[in-house]
Design a protein around this ligand. Structure first.
Ligand code: P5A
Length: 451
């Protein structure tokens, strides 16, 4: 992309009404614009990162054996009356009527819809296990939408639903989700810690939230510091292997880590004092096992091997896809702007032309731009006639992890300058070596072209 042709409405001033750094940076970097309280337009740069995050979520879900589909955002109230949640859900549910005065709602979550799809088609235990999921907009009429996309009213969520014959199989689905979520967040450059939590209006006894530690997080968390040493890394996993998934769950959940909803001071005090941590976190996902709560209420049954009709065991699992942008920025920024992890960066490399209009410099930029595109990268080329300082400031603000600076002085020596956004370190390399280095950097991060 050439910056001269892109739509990147960066702001010079710090928006006064944004309280936390990720919200300020998303506004300043021209990623989002509020259209109503807690509702945002996703401008091209924000939309691009949203898509990158969404792609990672899909990729990891599909690897875990889960099946993508898409539900409507508007639902009939009838299904919610059947499950018994219509009245109880309260004011967070946006309710409306169509022209025939039928009660409708904008989906805040979709347990009922997925259970209804399941019961419409599935009859036999032989069709299980089954996990269906979607990535779709949700609406919750939050009493205090704030912090930009962190607590929106309209937000983008991955929501998955498992249907299993037995509790044991459903707990495997739970464990499988925990493992796939660990992998998902790590690919985004995040450490998200599974913590024992409360199930709220979704219901059930078993639930973990995934929290990214950040001072601006809305949840108070209590944990054993040993937990932050754990990473999933690139170990192989067979998602169908119950014992393997169970072992990962035990590894990541055996140490004390709880949100304030489930915190128990007496148990926490058994952790050696030097390892006890009280901090704040951003909830980027939650997994639930709720047994037959919805299948009982909505009559979602299958025939088992003996021919008996039995209700299926279920759970649901959510990732806050749009909230993740905020969480990633909270965890990756400095005074000059965002620092995208390589896995989610909107563009892989920024190219800064120090002397636009100079034949040799323009030529080298064009050559680099074409070579990077040919290698499957998405470079962002600042080809505007602007001061070098202003160009650097924009690149720093929007947070591309790598920048190549091209100027007449370097070109005389046959070099370009490759700069790491995170460390600020620069190296001078030939054009060929610059491209080779960029390929090396992104070798671990698959980079399908975004939108
Ligand atoms: C699990 C999927 C559920 O709704 N039903 C379907 C279950 N869980 S949840 O914890 O309530 O939501 C899942 C994730 O969505 C994000 N989230 C939000 N993001 C932005 N703004 C909001 N107002 C908001 N509410 C929830 C969180 O990341 C949460 O973990």
């Amino acid at each position: 992309m050439r910056l001269s042709r892109y739509f990147l409405p960066v702001l010079k001033e710090t928006p006064a009404d944004a309280q936390i750094v990720s919200h300020r940076l998303m506004l300043r970097a021209g990623m989002i614009k509020q259209t109503s309280a807690g509702i945002y337009a996703w401008l091209p740069l924000g939309f691009k990162v949203l898509r990158k995050i969404e792609n990672i979520v899909h990729d990891e879900q599909i690897k875990a054996g889960h099946i993508p589909m898409q539900m409507p955002t508007l639902q009939s109230a009838d299904l919610w009356r059947e499950s018994g949640r219509y009245d109880g859900y309260g004011q967070e549910m946006l309710r409306m009527q169509d022209r025939h005065e039928r009660d409708m709602l904008f989906s805040p979550t979709a347990e009922e819809l997925f259970t209804d799809i399941f019961r419409s088609y599935v009859r036999s235990y032989k069709d299980l296990p089954l996990t269906l999921y979607q990535i779709q907009w949700k609406f919750r009429d939050e009493i205090r939408p704030r912090f930009g996309v962190m607590r929106g009213r309209e937000f983008y969520m991955k929501d998955g639903y498992n249907f299993d014959l037995t509790k044991e199989d459903a707990l495997h689905a739970y464990n499988r989700h925990l493992v796939s979520y660990l992998r998902t967040y790590e690919r985004m450059g995040l450490q998200a810690i599974p913590m024992r939590a409360d199930s709220g209006p979704i219901g059930g006894d078993d639930t973990h939230e995934f929290l990214v530690l950040a001072d601006t997080g809305e949840s108070e968390v209590f944990y054993d510091s040993e937990i932050t040493d754990l990473t999933f890394g690139d170990r192989e996993i067979d998602f169908a292997d119950k014992a393997q998934c169970q072992a990962v769950l035990e590894e990541f959940t055996s140490r004390y880590a709880r949100t304030d909803e489930t915190h128990d001071e007496a148990i926490f005090n058994e952790v050696p004092e030097e390892r006890r941590r009280v901090a704040r976190g951003i909830e980027v996902g939650q997994i639930f096992y709720f047994g037959t709560k919805y299948s009982d209420a909505m009559n979602a049954t299958v025939q088992d091997a003996e021919g008996n009709k039995v209700p299926v065991h279920m759970g649901s699992h959510g990732i806050g896809v749009s909230r993740l942008l905020g969480a990633i920025i909270e965890a990756n920024h400095d005074d000059n702007g965002i620092i995208w992890p390589e896995g989610v960066t909107p563009f892989h490399v920024g190219i800064v032309n120090l002397k636009q209009g100079d034949e040799a410099t323009d030529g080298a930029c064009e050559q680099l731009y074409a070579a990077l595109e040919a290698e499957g990268f998405e470079p962002l080329y600042d080809d505007r006639k602007d001061r070098a300082g202003a160009k650097f400031a924009t690149m720093d603000l929007i947070g591309l992890p790598w920048r190549v600076t091209v100027g007449p002085r370097g070109l005389e020596k046959g070099v370009l300058e490759l700069t790491c956004r995170r460390t600020g370190e620069s190296v001078e390399l030939s054009m060929e070596d610059t491209i080779a280095r960029i390929k090396e950097i992104y070798a671990k991060h698959p980079h399908p072209k975004g939108l």
